[in-house]
Each structure stands twice: as C-alpha cells, then as structure tokens.
Design a protein around this ligand. Structure first.
Ligand code: M6R
Length: 364
C-alpha cells in the first residue's frame, strides 16, 4: 500500500527517518551512549582486514564503509562488486572479516561471493534487510537492517539503513581494536542518534528539488561530484538517476574531474556537487569552480556554512542541516534520491518498475 504517496519509491524515501531510527535502535545503547552489535562467536579484536562485497547501491555502502572502518578502526578494507570478486580469485588472508551487504539477501553474485568466502574459511557478517533470505541464513553474524519491505526497484531506505548499520560496525570494530572508545565514541553515537532528525530536515526541501527537477529532466548527461564518503554517494546519485529517469549520469571523485570528465562539461551538463562544509570543502569547491568556468550548471548541496561560502556560484542550491561528516552520506542521500525521483516523474517513466530492471537479481 502506497498510502498517500504516488509511488512506492516516494513512500520509501519518506519512511527513512522512522526506519533509520528503528535500525539504529537495535545497534545503540542510548543510556551508555555506546554502539552494540549482536552476540557473535568470534572476536572482533582479531580482525586484521575486512573484505566487503555487494552489488549496485549496496556496493556504495561498502565503499562508504571503507572510509569509516579505515578511519576509525585503522583496519584495511577492500571493497568489490560481487560479480568481480567471485571470479577474480581474491587473496583471502587469515583474520579477514568478510562483509556482504544486500537488501534482498538473494542477489546471485553476492550470495556466490559469500559462499566463496565461507569455503575459504573466512568469517562473515551480513548487512541484510530480508531476515529470511539465503544470505541471512548463511552468514556467521547477521546484522539486520530494519527498513521493512522495499518495493521500489530503486533502493532508497535500504541504503540509508545499511549505512546506519555499517557505521555501527565501524565503531564497534574500532572499539574492539582499541582505537576508539570513551568520549569519542559517545560523540559519534550522539551524531548517529541525530541522523533521523537530520533526514527529516533534508526531506523538507522536497518542493525545491521538485522545482529544479524539471530543468534537469531536459539534460542528456548529468555529473555528480563528491569527496571522501560523499564520493560513493555521488556514484549512488548517478545510479539512481540513470536507473529511473534513463538520463546518462556519472559519479566522480571531485579530484578526478580534471583527469577526464571535465571534457564533457558544457552549458548543457548539470553538475550536482555534494559538499558538506568541513576539511574537504574548499577542495571540492575549487573543482566545482573549474567546471563552472567551462559552463557547467552547478547544483550545490551543502549546509548553511558551505552555501554561504560558495552558494553564489551555483545556479541552484539545496541546504542540508549541518551534520557530522560521519553521517553526511546518510543525510545527503535524501536530496540525491528526491532529485532522481522527481526527474523520473517529470520524464513520465515508470518509477517503481524501471525498464529492464528487476528488484532482486537472482541470476548472474
Ligand atoms: O538486494 P541487493 O541489495 O543485493 O541488490 C543489489 C542491487 O541489485 C541493487 O542495489 C540495485 O543496484 C538497485 N536497483 C539500486 O537502486
């Protein structure tokens, strides 16, 4: 039931404050302000490397997880798309924690990658939304997302819930490795607890995003830029747009612009820049200005501080609440999803059932 929403995708975007809160609830101890994973029969302190495997949107959660786990736990992380991982004969060293991320828990390549890791003696964890799925049954440690059924083919609420769990895993691993605890952990937990309210604040910009979608719907190509954890989010923005609006879109790490993609820029190419204020902001803005000088029509998504510094250069801006860099991809996912949604609606495509795509890819 879509309730009073026009599409399941829209309904699922709007469910995010609630389902992210629900998901976080099972991984946070609010009184102690600590992160807690379910009981497991292995010791996280023994983990020396992490291999994350997933497909599509879930693989971007893996890429964001790499930033978080390496930053907090100082454990090296490899991320692969499952279709490559299973055939490239990966080197699986001892003390690797294998992590699969999947909404359905049935994606053929991810399931095969999970089985491959298990056959090679790797301990596995799964960030999975369907608790009765094959992957949920087969992982050593099930880390459930509580997004509820996701009907729209474009993944939205599963993504933000997966990020919430990934953040909890990163913090827990960091504590187990003696790299984090006490006040620092308390602070991160506080920021995570704020995520649902920040998602709500992001949703309040729906009407503005809808208004700008009509122009973007005319574009042939759209580029997304981000740095750090917002780089995988740029990839997610591009995937979301292409899968439901059929507009060609690419996500790039901001610093890669001048290594090729800037050649695509002319005044017909919207450039969506994901740039929360913070240490990387100036660098992203200078990449943005280079593109602007070549005619790019920039939509800058940032917080009040960022927009004050660089908003004037953009043709449009979307103001996000000020959030900790840890949770920025969770919050900035919202405008990215809404933009894809409204562009698709403006183009009149079948938003919930885009052509050629299946919700769950159970054949390779
Ligand atoms: O069920 P899974 O999370 O394993 O699915 C993975 C991808 O097929 C999925 O995320 C796909 O990329 C979505 N349609 C993206 O919106």
């Amino acid at each position: 039931d879509k309730g009073n929403h026009r599409h399941f995708m829209q309904k699922e975007i709007y469910e995010q404050p609630v389902v992210v809160a629900q998901t976080l609830q099972s991984y946070l101890r609010p009184v102690e302000e600590m992160v807690a994973l379910p009981d497991m029969d292995f010791d996280l302190a023994g983990v020396e490397r992490v291999a994350i495997v997933a497909c599509g949107t879930a693989s971007y959660v893996g890429m964001i997880g790499k930033y978080w786990i390496e930053q907090f736990a100082r454990v090296p992380v490899e991320v692969d798309v499952a279709s490559e991982f299973r055939y490239r004969d990966p080197v699986l060293l001892p003390n690797t924690l294998g992590v699969v991320v999947s909404q359905s828990g049935e994606t053929a390549d991810t399931l095969a990658a999970l089985r491959h890791m298990k056959e090679h003696g790797v301990t596995t964890a799964g960030i999975i939304n369907v608790p009765t799925s094959s992957m949920a049954r087969e992982v050593d440690l099930l880390l459930s997302t509580h997004a509820g059924p996701e009907i729209g083919v474009a993944s939205t609420k599963a993504f933000t819930c997966q990020l919430a769990v990934m953040a909890a895993l990163a913090v827990n691993l960091a504590r187990a490795k003696g790299k984090l605890g006490g006040d620092e952990e308390t602070e991160i937990v506080r920021h995570l607890v704020e995520a649902p309210a920040s998602i709500n604040a992001a949703l309040a910009h729906d009407a503005e995003i809808e208004a700008m979608a009509h122009t973007i719907a005319q574009a042939r190509d759209v580029l997304y830029l981000g740095r750090g954890p917002d780089y995988p989010l740029a990839l997610e923005g591009a995937l979301k747009l292409k899968e439901i609006s059929y507009i060609h879109a690419e996500g790039y790490a901001s610093g890669e612009m001048k290594h090729g993609p800037i050649a695509l820029i002319d005044d017909n190419v919207p450039l969506i820049v994901l740039a929360p204020s913070g240490p990387l902001f100036d660098k992203t803005v200078s990449n943005m200005q280079e593109a602007q000088a070549r005619g790019a029509r920039v939509v800058l998504i940032s917080d009040a501080e960022g927009l004050k510094l660089a908003g004037e250069d953009a043709v449009a801006t979307i103001e996000m609440p000020k959030v900790h860099p840890l949770i920025s991809p969770i919050v900035y996912a919202v405008p990215v999803q809404l933009l894809a949604y409204h562009v698709a609606v403006a183009k009149g495509t079948d938003v919930d059932q885009p052509r050629n795509l299946a919700k769950s890819v159970t054949v390779e």
